[in-house]
Every structure is written in structure tokens, then in C-alpha cells.
Design a binder for this molecule. Structure first.
Ligand code: PHE
Length: 347
């Protein structure tokens, strides 16, 4: 029996077969167990002899089994290692990285500049009340901007905001409310910018879009003067466009500022052959601004005798077009990855 078993053992070439062998010879129903059971038929003298013999056979079969099992396991492991080797010198598969939208990126840059000047970032909804978009901004009922031509109305009193200026009234009123809650007589001063999307009923072309981005700015405090406006905007233009940039202010009109101004920045580009103006005049309009109209302050609950302020609003696309040399505003909204991928962040 022992010899037969040992011979069979060497023929078992897989772990599975090996376990079957174990069941056949050493298992509960195996041949060796049968031999042990048969011992009850033996005489008292025979029993210890046969018992010792059976034990000896079992021990040698078991140790042979252990040896064979270790050998097979080793062989199997080696086979696996051979088959599963990884060639670490193969080039990896590249995962395409997305990029920040140029408008998002520009808004962030503007935010960084103004945060550095002590401003906070505020926001308002794109769906606004007629009151916030017009009324609270001193825009009279008969003003042409209220025309169906220019504004997307949702209902008679709800519309898609045509500019970010309604955030002015929201922030001012919230401050007045907060001061009341705290039992203070005067509201806190304001220094915010408010980026966001605005809507106008325009036909889309290279320079017009029915939806575009603006960044509003509002400063309200005691003794704010127009020179403060000019100082802040000069600093902004220089940080945004370059330290040699100058601004100029042309008189203009907005119902919510008095006086009102349109602000231009010098515009030239320098190349290998020197510098030249990028537009015939050498100036490019960057934003509208002015001193906050006393009516706007008053309607929000700020005393115009105590407080003065300035506000400005810039079109983000216009600045991005200048900054990145993009010639058609529609490029910002067609989401062509060939354009977008040129704005990979360098972080
Ligand atoms: N809201 C104006 C516009 O959309 C811009 C502006 C903002 C002008 C704040 C003055 C003060 O054109």
C-alpha cells in the first residue's frame, strides 16, 4: 500500500490532484483509515504490530505529501510570476486633463486683484426682480433700457438681469438690515465686487452675445471721492494689463451714478519690431463707472449725507478678448476644446 501510494504521489502534478490523493490514502474514507478500522478483527498480539505499521505508513505518507505539496506550490508560484511580469519600461497611457475656461480664469484673476485691495466677493441671482434690476438703481419707468428690445422679461416683475448692478442694492440693504439687528445706527461700509452672468436681447455676432459676464464693483464709505475711484481703477488696470498702463475717464451717463464715466485703458502691443497701438486711438474701453447716485443709497437705507461711494461694471469677455487675443466673442461659448485647451493652468 505504501509503495503504491508513494508512486501515485509523484504522479500528481497539480494541487487539486494532490488533494484527491490525500483523500484517497489519508482521508476519513481513505485506505489507511480502512486499515485502522480492520484492526478490531485482529488478535491482541497482532494489534500493536499492525498499529505501529499503520502509523509508520501514515507518517511517511504525510511527510511525502507535505514535500510534494511544497514543491507544487513553489512551481505554481514561479509560473505565475513568469506570466504576470510587468514591463515597467512601457510608456503609460496619458489621461487628458481638462482646463479652466478662459472667462473663469479671468474672473479669478480680477477677484485676486480686488481681494488684494480689501474687497470681498458678493453674488446675486441671474433671475432678478424688476425692482432690483431697475427701480432700486434709479432707472426711470420710461428709460429705453427697460424696453422689451433689451430685456428678457419672465413676468411683469421678473426678468433675467441685464447687468450685475442689482447686487449693489442687495448688498446695501443686507447691511442696513444687519445694522438694525445689531441695534446700530449706521450700516457698515461696503467694498465688494460681484461677478456673474447677465442677459440682453441682442443678436449674437462677433462682439455681441445675449448672455455674457460682468464684474460689478461697489465701494460705499464716508468721504469716498472720485479720486478714490480713479486710484482703484488705475491700480486694477496696471495689475491686469501691465504696470505701464494708464487710464482715462470720459463723461458718460448711467441713471445710478452721478457723475458717470466710461473708463479706457491704454492699448498697445509690443513685439520684435517695437510697440504699436492695438486700436487707432490707442485706447480701449474697459468699463463703466461713477459715483453712486444719492437716490440709490437712500432707497437702500444709507444716508447720502453720511455716505458716498463709487461703482463700476466691466464686461469680462471684452477684457478677455483683449487679454488673450480672441477675436470673436462666440468662441467663449462654443466650447471648442482646441480653444479651451490653450488655457491649461500652469499650476
Ligand atoms: N451696469 C452698467 C452696464 O451694464 C455698468 C455700470 C456699473 C456703470 C456700475 C456704472 C456703475 O453697462
Amino acid at each position: 500500500l505504501k509503495e503504491q501510494a508513494l508512486e501515485k504521489l509523484t504522479q500528481q502534478s497539480s494541487l487539486h490532484q494532490l488533494n484527491e490523493w490525500k483523500a484517497t490514502y489519508l482521508g476519513k474514507k481513505g485506505e489507511l483509515t480502512a486499515a485502522l478500522r480492520g484492526m478490531k478483527d485482529l488478535s491482541a498480539e497482532e494489534r500493536p504490530i499492525v498499529g505501529a505499521l499503520v502509523n509508520e505508513v501514515r507518517e511517511s505518507l504525510e511527510s511525502a505529501f507535505d514535500g510534494q505539496e511544497a514543491e507544487l506550490k513553489r512551481a505554481e508560484r514561479e509560473k505565475r510570476l513568469r506570466e504576470e511580469t510587468i514591463d515597467v519600461t512601457l510608456p503609460g497611457r496619458s489621461i487628458p486633463l481638462g482646463s479652466e475656461h478662459p472667462l473663469t480664469r479671468l474672473i479669478r484673476e480680477v477677484e485676486e486683484i480686488f481681494l488684494g485691495l480689501g474687497f470681498q466677493v458678493a453674488e446675486g441671482p441671474e433671475v432678478e426682480t424688476d425692482y432690483n434690476n431697475f427701480e432700486a438703481l434709479n432707472v426711470p419707468r420710461n428709460h429705453p433700457a427697460r424696453d422689451m428690445q433689451d430685456t428678457f422679461y419672465i413676468t411683469e416683475d421678473m426678468l433675467l438681469r441685464t447687468h450685475t448692478s442689482p447686487v449693489q442694492g442687495r448688498v446695501l440693504r443686507a447691511n442696513v438690515e444687519a445694522a438694525k439687528q445689531r441695534g446700530e445706527t449706521s450700516p457698515q461700509p461696503v467694498r465688494i465686487i460681484a461677478p456673474g452672468r447677465v442677459y440682453r436681447r441682442d443678436d449674437d455676432d462677433a462682439t455681441h452675445s445675449h448672455a455674457f459676464m460682468q464684474i460689478e464693483g461697489l465701494v460705499v464709505d464716508r468721504h469716498i471721492r472720485m479720486s478714490d475711484l480713479k486710484g482703484i481703477l488705475t491700480t486694477f488696470a496696471q495689475q491686469m494689463f501691465g504696470h505701464d498702463v494708464a487710464i482715462r475717464m470720459r463723461p458718460s451717463y448711467f441713471p445710478f451714478t452721478e457723475p458717470s464715466t466710461e473708463v479706457d485703458a491704454t492699448c498697445y502691443s509690443c513685439g520684435g519690431d517695437g510697440c504699436r497701438v492695438c486700436k487707432q486711438t490707442g485706447w480701449i474701453e474697459i468699463l463703466g463707472a461713477g459715483m453712486v447716485h444719492p437716490n440709490v443709497l437712500e432707497m437702500a437705507g444709507y444716508d447720502p449725507e453720511e455716505f458716498t461711494g463709487f461703482a463700476f461694471g466691466m464686461g469680462v469677455e471684452r477684457i478677455a478678448m483683449r487679454r488673450y487675443g480672441i477675436e470673436d466673442i462666440r468662441h467663449f461659448y462654443t466650447n471648442d476644446v482646441r480653444l479651451m485647451s490653450q488655457f491649461k493652468s500652469r499650476v
